[in-house]
Design a protein around this ligand. Structure first.
Ligand code: ADP
Length: 263
């Protein structure tokens, strides 16, 4: 399968003090140089404890934070593009944020939330065409048409995750960056969402960059996994192999936390 995304020596340094308790130097390396590739139809898992740099990596790939290194979206190098060209390219790589409630504007209807990106990229579409696309996309994530005129707070956590997914999918991206999409959901709802993501991947040959602190979820989703510890990639390989024969002590810790608890 063709490569849809690759990054070479991607790194992120945050300048200035951060608004947190622990003091640290003004230049903080949140992501040490890391290289990765993602193929069509493949899921790359990014795992690590809170603060290990997973979101920073995702945001660097989308150029939502300043980074060094090359980023290729298919055949297009995007790390040097200007804002306008970048926004057009980003149609192919959509991010679904953690905490869908916080990520969805509370005062917008589901129709407006889901169609927003489509309006931006295809301003020529009329209201009728937009609505058709929204209805079709909602149905692909298991939501009915009566959702259109309602607001995010009227939905459960699992449904809000589906709305956030629909908002990304409506642009027919090749890549979805999923930042802890299931973390706020209970196990049953989590399983349903993972099942949906698998189906969508199969049907559309989607590629996922799947971020989670939970190796159990990564094992269920990711063909390959990359382990981040304090901004450094400490291990990378096919998920079953990494889980079976972890090379790094930190990976063994994550495995213990995910699989050997008594719950
Ligand atoms: P994770 O997603 O693995 O929980 P993050 O990528 O959010 O971790 O954070 C990695 C580190 O970078 C943390 O120490 C965090 O405090 C720091 N960080 C994240 N965003 C910023 C920012 N905008 N400015 C300064 N430091 C940041």
């Amino acid at each position: 399968a063709p490569e849809v995304l690759s990054a070479n020596d991607l790194s992120v340094v945050f300048q200035g003090p951060r608004p947190l308790l622990k003091p640290r130097p003004d230049a903080f390396v949140a992501l040490q140089p890391v290289s990765l590739t993602l193929r069509q139809g493949e899921t790359l898992g990014i795992v690590g404890e809170s603060g290990s740099g997973k979101s920073t990596l995702a945001q660097a790939l989308l150029r939502l934070v300043r980074s060094s290194g090359e980023i290729w979206l298919g055949d297009t190098r995007i790390d040097q593009l200007g804002n306008r060209a970048l926004r057009l390219e980003r149609r192919h790589m959509q991010i679904v944020f953690q905490d869908p409630f916080g990520a969805l504007s509370p005062r917008m209807t589901i129709e407006d939330i889901v169609s927003e990106g489509l309006c931006f990229h295809f301003p020529e579409l009329d209201r009728r065409a937009l609505r058709d696309r929204v209805v079709e996309t909602l149905s692909s994530v298991g939501l009915a048409t009566d959702a259109l005129a309602r607001y995010p707070h009227e939905f459960s956590g699992g449904q809000r995750a589906r709305i956030a997914l629909a908002r990304a999918l409506i642009l027919h991206p090749r890549i979805l960056v999923l930042d802890e999409p299931t973390s706020s959901l209970d196990r049953t709802v989590q399983k349903q969402l993972i099942e949906l993501l698998r189906t969508l991947q199969r049907e559309r040959q989607l590629s996922y960059l799947f971020i989670s602190h939970d190796l159990a979820v990564i094992r269920a989703m990711a063909h390959r996994v990359m382990v981040l510890k304090e901004g450094e990639m400490v291990e990378h390989g096919p998920t079953p192999e990494v889980i079976k024969r972890p090379r790094h002590a930190y990976t063994r810790q994550l495995i213990a936390a995910a699989f050997h608890r008594s719950d």
